[in-house]
Design a protein around this ligand. Structure first.
Ligand code: 6PG
Length: 240
């Protein structure tokens, strides 16, 4: 694993650097494999990044978008990560609808939805059960409790190592999430983290020793590249 920590002066610089890194990975992927696969994070931090990506002239037919996690709500619900990404980015570009691989959340059965998404991923990447395909980029945020995707502290999802997708749990509310081994199979994992409220959690995630179940972002140790892009508020005292 190659780990890089970059601290940018402010959120504007953080978003610009995040865009630059993603575009570099996109260009390499399309040159080498003819397509670019990215899993998106939710929450509020990435919204300006998605808006910036939407302004780029890109080969949209070669770009495939997945979600690293999703709230278990309909895609028109204000909490939907899919709705946020479509509004900020995907509805603004000419990407083929088939290239948008949304998480199914209308089965009224989170386990069934997780299995359906996993089967969709296995079919897309042409892998057998038990194999972990490598996305080009898994984009992640981190909560102030050090969760990432929907891998929350001390939840059952942290123990799932033989699946691509599982059911996360936030305060009793189901989420659909990549498992940490699936995230770790990515060619590049890029955390984009902003805000002073994230600083204490980051200190624990970067600490040589701390409890992984308490600070789940510690579980993200990809075989490929690990990037932590931080603004100064989050990064103060958290440089490598
Ligand atoms: C989600 C996200 C989650 C998010 C963090 C940080 O569905 O909420 O995927 O993991 O990245 O909670 O959220 P903010 O960017 O809003 O701080």
């Amino acid at each position: 694993m190659k780990k890089t920590v970059e601290v940018l002066p402010d959120q504007t610089a953080l978003i610009a650097r995040s865009l630059d890194l993603i575009l570099t990975k996109l260009d390499t992927a399309i040159k080498e494999r003819g397509q670019f696969t990215i899993a998106l994070s939710g929450g509020s931090t990435p919204k300006p990044l998605y808006e910036a990506i939407a302004k780029q002239k890109l080969p949209w037919d070669k770009i495939h978008v997945f979600w690293g996690d999703e709230r278990y709500v309909s895609p028109d619900h204000p909490d939907s990560n899919e709705l946020m990404a479509r509004t900020a980015w995907l509805n603004r570009v000419d990407i083929p609808p088939a290239n948008i691989h949304a998480v199914p959340t209308l089965d009224n059965n989170p386990e069934l939805s997780a299995t359906k998404y996993e089967q969709h991923l296995q079919a897309f990447f042409q892998v057998a059960p038990g194999e972990f395909p490598a996305l080009d980029v898994v984009l992640l945020g981190m909560g102030d409790d050090a969760h990432t995707a929907s891998l929350f502290p001390h939840t059952a999802a942290l123990q799932v190592c033989d699946r691509l997708i599982t059911v996360g749990n936030k305060d009793g509310n189901p989420r659909i999430t990549f498992t940490y081994p699936f995230i770790n199979a990515a060619r590049s994992v890029i955390f984009v983290v902003a805000g002073a409220n994230k600083r204490p959690a980051l200190a624990q995630v970067f600490a040589p020793v701390a409890d992984d179940s308490t600070y789940p972002s510690r579980l993200i140790q990809p075989q490929g590249e690990l990037w932590w892009l931080l603004d100064a508020a989050a990064g103060a005292g958290n440089r490598e």
